[in-house]
Design a protein around this ligand. Sequence first.
Ligand code: PHB
Length: 386
Amino acid sequence: MNHALTRTAFAAALMLAAGGAQAADKLKVGFMLPYSGTYAALGNAIENGFKLYVAEQGGKLGGRDIEYFKVDDESNPAKAAENANRLIKRDQVDVLIGTVHSGVAMALAKAAKDADTTLIVTNAGANAITGPLCSPGIFRTSFTNWQPAYAMGPVAYGKGHKTAVTITWKYAAGDEAIGGFKEGFEKAGGKVVKELSLPFPNVEFQPLLTEIAALKPDMVFTFFAGGGAVKFVQDYHAAGLDKTIPLYGSGFLTDGTLQAQGESAQGLLTTLHYADGLNTPRDNAFRADYAKAYKAQPDVYAVQGYDAAQLMQSGLAAVKGDFGKKDDFRKAMRGATVDSPRGPFTLSAAGNPVQDIYLRRVDGLENKVVDIAVKKLADPARGCKL
Ligand code: PHB
């Protein structure tokens, strides 16, 4: 055997061991988010928010460097299980961050639960994730689809509306948002007279707008988001419906979309767990940092990503960065109070934020806070046994 070669190989092995230990020290974070399609902007905002918090901590969480892995899930439920397993099995990430679309998130949550990989849901509101599918390793820094929509029920009824037509995409997020609104509105005394829908992510709204005009309800409640929300608000306005039948929605309808919606969105009232103009020191600092880093204003999606990193930080602080202590890490996260730009929130036993839902009104390029529609609203977590 060539001694020089052996020495070189030995030195290389030493370096590898040192480098390997360092690499093993890195926290592996897997982003499963939409980077294409109608929800692409939402996925990017979540990643930006997450990375902003990490940057504020000097590029580390729990004192550890981070290695990122990314998958574009395209908001496509058919590819969701395979995409989740790329991050879980191939990349062996420590924590999964994702996603936006409820149908995709259901498959992601099932895969995470099966593999016992910690998951922080940074948008998708699928009620089941913190309902029947709930698990000690599953967390959410966003909302359930039920939450913001339910809050609009009593607000709309309080404005004198007795009948409502609903319109949404036919998938879990739309169905559950409509369910939440209907529960809140009918409990208050109103009646949902017709539920209209079209397949995700279609935007051929005209026939349904014609039907709304014929039905003449007191109001319309809707769930749309991203690119679809832009087009829906524009079409509702272009049809002149906003002059006779006021439009309400969960706040995704006008979040991250106002630049594109322009005139058509002015005055719209929505309910959501974030708003512009909160004017708290925490939110002001976050917004200034975000604007500086990305030359753009943050939206609710950016906040949800930012808070996922904050939540991880509180878990890692409790185990001093030792990610092997999975149970303690999770327990600390479940018990954390997250100092969110939206206002501080805690997690329910099921792992979903217990949070204020704001009433907002579109004014220029802002969803200005008008009021708190419901304080500390907890999702009922129906079917969660923990
Ligand atoms: C969802 O699919 O759960 C979803 C998507 C976009 C939103 C809100 C909820 O803005």
